[in-house]
Ligand binder design. Structure first.
Ligand code: FEO
Length: 407
């Protein structure tokens, strides 16, 4: 069932969120059994309404119905398009076809071209400059160019009188959470993992730009008491705002958590699985946070979750094998997206198994040498573990524990 929920976030600021529980692969790539929301916002003033972003096509009919319950379409003076990816912009097409929709569309200068090329529509469009201010009634909007969060045309909008920051993809999350989160415990226990996963999957490639945007917010010294992203929950409360700003910086800088280890392994016939079992029994101490991602004949974890967990890992372990005289194909793909989204200075321990030729080891070392990851020890096993291999595995586990500062 297509649902667009309507909730008042603050007086006269209303969220319309399309709830997508049917989606399996966000961007046709990332597994999200937790679902996602597409949020659009209406700000009502006595001189007309302002609409921030729209929702994904497929929800357009329900979205327009919901919007009509919130405001007369003739009263919408501006639509601020903060990002043109179709999960946010595509219902602009349905709106533009309605005779009672007369709003002017505001956005980054690049947005005009994208409206034409992605949606094939003509709208009344006005580009906004970085730092440009717009006043309507007693409301002051400031537009900030925040390129590559997540496309080059992305902007944030600060609503001065509400101390609200509209951020589109940034600070968004997967899942269908409560429409608003102001409680730090709720943020930490149930929600942060979906924020982090969304961050890495979608913005991870542009982490340097996240740092630039955070620096810009800090330089401008904007008062921010509420963050309204276009996926997930509205965030409010001093503690929550401070925490998410800090988290965004730490993810952007790939700051590791003290004792977190991420293990990725593939195993066709159980050889790698057995090695990882031995490694796990050595490193699974009480205070070590070990996350294991398996790609075997009987189990396949989500690539999206793996990426989400790696960004703040302190140590990474990869165990895989040779296949067709190359690296096991799934590992090759995982490495490719890992290096695109989370390339960071972290130690990697490499374990490879082979029958007659360890091509996987050679290729993986080449890939890692060109990345920011640091290859620590490696173990190359000719199928069954020998005593010498066991000793090397023991050395790896000891070194990991030392690196985690665990004796
Ligand atoms: Fe949620 Fe880049 O779109």
């Amino acid at each position: 069932m297509k649902t667009v929920e309507v909730r008042e976030v603050l007086k006269d600021l209303i969220v319309l969120r399309a709830v997508d529980r049917d989606i399996k692969y966000f961007e046709s790539l990332w597994e999200i059994p937790e679902g996602v929301t597409y949020n659009s916002y209406v700000l009502r003033t006595s001189e007309g309404s302002i609409l921030f972003d729209t929702v994904k096509h497929g929800f357009s009919e329900e979205y327009v119905d919901a919007l009509r319950r919130v405001t007369d379409l003739r009263d919408i003076k501006y639509v601020v398009i903060q990002h043109m990816e179709p999960d946010h912009s595509s219902s602009l097409k349905a709106l533009s076809n309605l005779s009672d929709f007369r709003a002017e569309v505001l956005g980054h200068p690049l947005t005009a071209k994208l409206i034409k090329s992605l949606l094939g529509i003509d709208v009344k469009f006005r580009p906004v400059r970085d730092g440009e201010v717009l006043r309507l009634d007693d409301i002051t909007l400031k537009f900030l160019h925040t390129p590559w969060l997540h496309w080059p045309e992305t902007i944030f909008t600060h609503i001065e009188e509400l101390s609200a920051l509209m951020t589109c993809d940034a600070f968004g999350a997967y899942s269908v959470p409560p429409y608003s989160i102001s409680d730090l415990t709720l943020l930490r226990t149930d929600y942060v993992k979906y924020m982090r996963k969304y961050f890495v999957n979608i913005i991870g490639h542009y982490r340097d730009n996240v740092v630039k945007a955070l620096d810009k917010l800090s330089t401008l010294n904007l008062k921010i008491e509420l963050i309204a992203p276009s996926h997930g929950a509205v965030l409010s409360g001093a503690d929550v705002i401070k925490e998410v700003l800090n988290l965004y910086r730490s993810w952007a800088e790939a700051v590791p958590k003290d004792k977190k280890v991420v293990i990725l392994y593939t195993s066709m016939y159980g050889y790698n699985e057995e090695i990882i079992r031995k490694l796990l029994s050595a490193v699974s101490k009480d205070n070590v946070d070990v996350k294991v991602f398996r790609f075997t004949s009987y189990h396949r974890d989500n690539v999206s979750d793996f990426l989400g967990e790696v960004i703040d890992a302190k140590v990474i372990v990869i165990a895989t094998s040779t296949y067709d005289n190359s690296v096991f194909p799934i590992t090759k793909y995982l490495l490719e997206v890992l290096l695109s989204k989370s390339n960071a200075e972290k130690p990697v321990y490499l374990i490879t198994t082979y029958g007659w030729n360890d091509a996987a080891s050679r290729e993986l070392k080449n890939i890692l040498m060109k990345s920011k990851f640091k290859l620590s020890r490696e173990l190359s096993v000719n199928s069954l573990l020998t005593e010498a291999d066991l000793q090397k595995l023991n050395d790896i586990s000891k070194e990991i524990l030392t690196y985690l500062d665990i004796s």
